[in-house]
Design a protein around this ligand. Structure first.
Ligand code: SF4
Length: 361
């Protein structure tokens, strides 16, 4: 394998991103958590925002969860934001605020898996741990022409071992000064992102092209192999967008072990299927409510769920006069922007603001 060519290619072609210019493990960790399931352009904006607001793990540890979630808003996968916050607190408590660079200590932090731990320690100290992310799966499956499905336990094991072998081969054969595990890991991931892409790999321009077994065997388009699709469970969310004549509304914080924990939303009635407003099992007596119509949102697809959401707009004379279930907070409509909400609610709010009206459902 011509690893020198890979490193030369990387030096010449990599995208200059701020987390690549640093050896600071806290910043590398932030970027890794933000970039999971996020496009680089979008992630960059969030990374800069987080670094500016929380320059160190101690700053992040001292923040309110609401503030962290608000800063995270729009990125989705909110458990990552909660884990980020919890891990910063672990760093403050266990490591006196100094972000660790030892693999076991990093791996023990909340929300840090094998990939993130390997990325943090190799990028910050060149510790010899191979990273295995989606790009590495693709590159390794093609380079070595492996047909084991990547989404199986056997596949994950085999690819972790293969990636580690490739890294060790690199470390033995590339004796260039300053070229360690960090640079190698970055280079393989960047190759997967820019050259060895899913749909149109540019094998002609690939620095590892001569050694690539899938290219030789004509199997590039079939690698990597995936076993199955994730099952997405449908859910039906009926939101009560209550407003009163004084310009107030009601929001609730999501609690429990479910999606969007810690985020705010309008009072929710979840049903087993699609219901008209009249048939909804309301959590309170709604006799003085005036229903002003509903907005049915397009299907909202998450990794394991499809949400069918309807927002019912309801007017009532005075929200402060009612007896509401625990957790319902009456707030001025003008303050809605201060609360961290899921993308679905954000989409509804911008649609409602743009329409200025609500279709009948
Ligand atoms: S030769 Fe093609 S398939 Fe093989 S690693 Fe390079 S880009 Fe990927």
């Amino acid at each position: 394998m011509d690893f020198n060519a890979l490193i030369d290619w990387y030096i010449e072609n990599h995208r200059p991103l701020p987390w690549r210019e640093t050896r600071n493990p806290y910043r590398i960790w932030l970027s890794e958590v933000i970039l999971q399931q996020t496009r680089v352009a979008q992630g960059l904006e969030y990374y800069l925002r987080f670094v500016e607001r929380f320059p160190t793990a101690v700053d992040l540890a001292g923040a309110d969860e609401d503030e962290v979630l608000k800063l995270w808003q729009g990125l989705g996968y909110y458990s990552r934001a909660r884990n980020l916050h919890a891990a910063a607190r672990q760093v403050a408590e266990r490591h006196e605020g100094v972000f660790p660079t030892d693999y076991a200590a990093v791996r023990a932090l909340r929300g840090v898996g094998d990939y993130t731990a390997a990325a943090i320690v190799s990028f910050s100290t060149d510790a010899p741990y191979a990273v295995v992310d989606g790009n590495v799966y693709r590159v390794a499956s093609r380079l070595l022409d492996i047909d084991t499905p990547i989404d199986t336990t056997a596949g994950r094991k085999e690819f972790a071992a293969a990636a580690q072998r490739l890294l060790e081969e690199f470390l033995e054969t590339v004796g260039r000064k300053g070229e360690g595990a960090g640079r190698y890991n970055q280079a393989v991931m960047e190759l997967g992102a820019l050259v060895c892409t899913s749909r149109s790999p540019q094998c002609e321009a690939c620095p590892l092209g001569t050694a690539c077994l899938a290219r030789r065997n004509g199997t590039v388009a079939e690698r990597p192999v995936k076993q199955g699709r994730t099952v997405q469970t449908p859910r039906w969310f009926n939101y009560l967008h209550l407003v009163d004549r004084q310009g107030r509304t009601v929001v609730c914080r999501r609690e429990g072990n479910d999606i969007w924990r810690g985020l705010y939303e309008f009072p929710l009635v979840e049903t087993e299927g699609e219901y008209d407003f009249d048939a909804l099992p309301l959590p309170v007596d709604g006799t003085d409510w005036v229903w002003r119509g509903a907005v049915r949102m397009p299907k909202h697809v998450l990794s394991h769920r499809i949400i069918h959401a309807t927002f019912h707009r309801i007017e009532l004379p005075d929200l402060t006069a009612g007896e509401w279930p625990e957790g319902w907070c009456v707030i001025p409509v003008a303050r809605l922007g201060d609360y961290a909400v899921a993308r679905l609610t954000e989409l509804y709010l911008s649609r409602a603001a743009a329409d200025g009206s609500h279709q009948k459902g």
